[in-house]
Design a protein around this ligand. Structure first.
Ligand code: BGC
Length: 751
């Protein structure tokens, strides 16, 4: 048990009250398909049945009380698509359900080594017949379009008839929720039309089409049911089913395997034909082959990404759970990204935010750089839409990436905490820079990276101006930084620093790579970015050494934390935005985020006072907050505080720390967990010339081991309280730095 705790999520009894949360936790996915952890037989109460394809969306109409120019007209919602998870079991006319009969034994286990979700139930039907039911399912990490279910039913105390019904259900809708703006969509009722609903001897298939976004998908399932006597077909307008009948003697087992494929029109014109043939191929390979492919894939994956810690099994479980969910939810085909809730729920409607580049990207950058590259390729693919948006927003040049989107068009209806978050541009450029520093991939930079840098730098240069009233410094006005409790401000320090980084790096790359004609670049334009970057205005108070989060921040009244009842958090659900904006109160790191991301922009002696100042006024109402405060606590030499923050990140979803895990996992925080160990406790920073470490483990841990990739070299790091060992696992000698001492790693080096 102990040994497995770190490698699985387990439920030993069925808890109806936790069903929805557990549907999220037991979600499976592969970056394309996402299945919530719904029971195959269904559950009548409190269920959010969800099957998603990354980026498969429908447009919604945004209703404004009062519209203004360039407000986005359409939202986008990732759709709940045909549910192929449905398997129903019958014994002499009684349908298996945990809501009837008697549950004699129950166990559900989700393995991070295999990705298999398996449920074993011993159940006594109301008619007294006892069954042992085993349901195993996984979404293939190797075959993008495939998921599999194996359903085994053993007759425990009788001989008789067993029925297993397999269904594709097209009668699916998305969530609507009026009370919480973070959940639900404007889609009411069913929006996917089903066509070509088919059932043959062993095949089910269904085509679904959206009405507005022009997307179509096919879900197909091929079955193997050895020993079944007959298969009955049922085809209706919105679903199709196959019913297999078995005649079992006591102690015998009936088994049905379901090989599911989804394909959609973004990837293949003949998506319907492909879905069927991919399902057939999977069935021909068989369950065991698919499973061993999966195990091999995951063994390699964990080799690259695992973090082992000594002395804390429950945090160990949280770390692996979070890393595994990132794998499950991150698109890596260059056409998709990772949604705030991944493919595990409908919170934030399946939208991609800065969460990806700032929190998830760093994980893959240092473990699976090819996935990091695909995430940037997705951003490159939406550049045209970002250019269009820039024009709508009055910028004659450059590109403005959407604050939240699926297809690249801005769909945030709330501009103060949406469109105004221009920092998304710099966050993406920062990721391009990190990718360059960690890989040196020149081909990528020439083909994709430079264009992103140029277009984002252009936008900053157009947005800002050299303000005489601010000593001629370059100012950026009316934007919102990461902290959404302070909105539409002048000179947000984070934004200004990140824009500076963006413009200077764009200039550096443009000078280095040349090819200016492709982008119509001139010496004058590049020199402009350099000047704006060098002369960026920063709201710094010389007297105190404190940075104002933005102009005028210190003029605001401090929030009355002492008289704010616990139940009033998160504040956004209990106070009008203006009440919040009028106060010094932060939802999440902003200045602290800047200190983490741009360490060299701050004098070392300024970091602690600024951290202390902002920590005291931060609510951490955003799940993105804790990890960054934890990492900075590590940098500032307070491993105990860092550890406290870390605990809240590593188990945030497993323990439902935010109370809304039912709506989907918090993917940014999951990346933040990895960052908490690697960038926090190990103090790793990707630098242009080296990979540097400054380890400071929490006293509670005996040791910690992990692997990172830097310029194609794989490096294993083993740390204990007073000892660190670096081993070059593969690749060229690597330039590292340990507590300020630079060295070239060949073989092993110990400190
Ligand atoms: C946070 C944003 C984040 C979004 C999606 C909001 O609550 O303030 O920073 O991008 O959630 O996770």
């Amino acid at each position: 048990m102990e040994q497995n705790l770190g490698w699985e999520l387990r439920e030993d009894s069925f808890s109806p009250a936790e069903y929805q949360k557990n549907e999220t936790l037991f979600s499976q996915g592969n970056g394309y398909i996402g299945f919530r952890g719904n029971f195959e037989e269904g559950y009548s109460k409190n269920s959010v049945t969800g099957s998603y394809l990354n980026g498969f969306f429908e447009f919604t109409d945004i209703q404004y009380g009062e519209i203004a120019f360039a407000y986005p007209e359409h939202g986008q919602t990732m759709l709940n698509v045909a549910n192929a998870k449905v398997m129903r079991i019958w014994v002499d006319g009684e349908m298996f359900s945990l809501e009837s009969g008697e549950v004699l034994r129950y166990e559900r286990v989700f393995s991070f080594r295999t990705g298999v979700l398996s449920r074993k139930v011993e159940w006594r039907a109301p008619n007294g017949k006892e069954l042992e039911i085993s349901l195993e399912r996984f979404v293939s990490q190797v075959r993008k379009n495939i998921a599999v279910i194996r359903c085994s039913v053993k007759a425990l105390n009788f001989s008789g008839e067993i029925g297993v019904e397999s269904v594709i259900d097209g009668n699916v809708t998305n969530l609507t929720c009026e009370e919480d703006s973070r959940v639900g969509s404007a889609l009411h009722g069913r929006v996917l039309d089903a066509e070509a609903v088919t059932s043959t001897d062993n095949l089910l298939s269904m085509v679904q089409k959206t009405r507005k976004s022009g997307l179509a998908l096919c879900c197909a399932a091929v079955h193997k049911a050895d020993g079944a006597e007959a298969a009955e077909h049922a085809v209706q307008q919105l679903n199709c089913a196959l019913r297999f009948a078995f005649s079992l003697k006591e102690g015998e087992t009936a088994r049905v395997e379901k090989y599911i494929a989804y394909q959609d029109s973004r990837y293949a014109e003949d998506y319907a034909g492909q879905a069927v043939s991919l399902a057939e191929e999977a069935a021909a390979a068989g369950f065991d082959t698919l499973l061993s492919e999966q195990e091999k894939f995951l063994a390699d994956f964990w080799q690259d990404t695992d973090i082992e810690i000594d002395g804390d099994p429950s945090l160990q479980q949280g770390i692996r759970f979070n890393i595994f969910h990132l794998l499950q939810s991150t698109g890596h085909d260059g056409k998709t990204s990772i949604a705030a809730k991944g493919l595990t729920g409908e919170g934030y409607e399946g939208h991609y935010f800065w969460d990806c580049e700032t929190y998830v990207f760093p994980v893959f950058l240092c473990t699976r750089p090819e996935i990091a590259k695909q995430l940037l390729t997705y951003r490159h693919s939406i550049l045209d839409k970002a250019r269009e948006r820039a024009r709508e927003m009055g910028h004659p040049k450059g590109a403005l990436f959407p604050w939240r989107s699926i297809n690249g068009a801005e769909c945030s209806p709330n501009y103060p905490s949406g469109t105004a978050q221009y920092h998304i541009n710099a966050d993406i450029a920062y990721a391009v820079k990190s990718y360059w520093e960690a890989t040196g991939d020149r081909e990528f930079m020439e083909q994709y990276g430079l264009e992103i840098l140029v277009e984002t730098a252009r936008l900053w240069y157009d947005l800002g101006f050299f303000c005489a009233h601010k000593g001629g410094k370059f100012c950026l006005n009316f934007v919102t930084g990461p902290d959404e409790y302070t909105a539409v401000v002048n000179n947000n320090c984070y934004t200004n620093l990140m824009a500076k980084n963006n413009m200077l790096f764009a200039a550096k790359m443009a000078r280095m790579l040349g090819g200016w004609e492709r982008f119509g670049l001139s010496e004058e334009e590049i020199a402009g970015w350099e000047k704006a970057g060098a002369e960026m205005y920063l709201p710094y108070d010389e007297k105190t050494g404190l940075y104002q989060q933005c102009d005028g921040f210190f003029d605001l009244e401090k929030w009355d934390f002492a008289n704010t009842p616990k139940e009033n958090y998160p504040l956004l659900l209990h106070y009008h935005p203006l009440v919040i904006y009028r106060h010094q109160v932060c939802k999440q790191g902003d200045l602290v985020q800047a200190m983490y991301m741009l360490p060299d922009e701050f004098r070392p002696e300024d970091k602690k006072p600024n951290y202390d100042y902002y920590e005291a006024i931060t609510t951490h109402d955003s799940s993105l907050s804790n990890s960054v405060f934890g990492i900075m606590a590590s940098e500032l030499g307070d491993p105990e505080k860092a550890y406290r923050y870390f605990i809240s990140t590593a188990r945030m979803d497993i323990d439902d720390g935010k109370g809304n895990t039912k709506d989907g996992v918090h993917t940014a925080n999951m990346g933040g967990t990895w960052m908490g160990v690697i960038n926090g406790f190990a103090g790793m920073r990707v630098r242009p010339d080296c990979l540097s470490f400054k380890p400071a483990l929490p006293a509670q841990w005996g040791g910690c081991r992990f692997q990172v990739t830097y310029h194609g070299s794989k490096i294993r790091v083993e740390m204990s309280a007073d000892h660190t060992r670096y081993t070059l696992v593969s690749g060229n000698p690597a330039s590292l730095c340990h507590n300020g001492e630079a060295f070239t790693l060949e073989g092993t080096r110990e400190f």
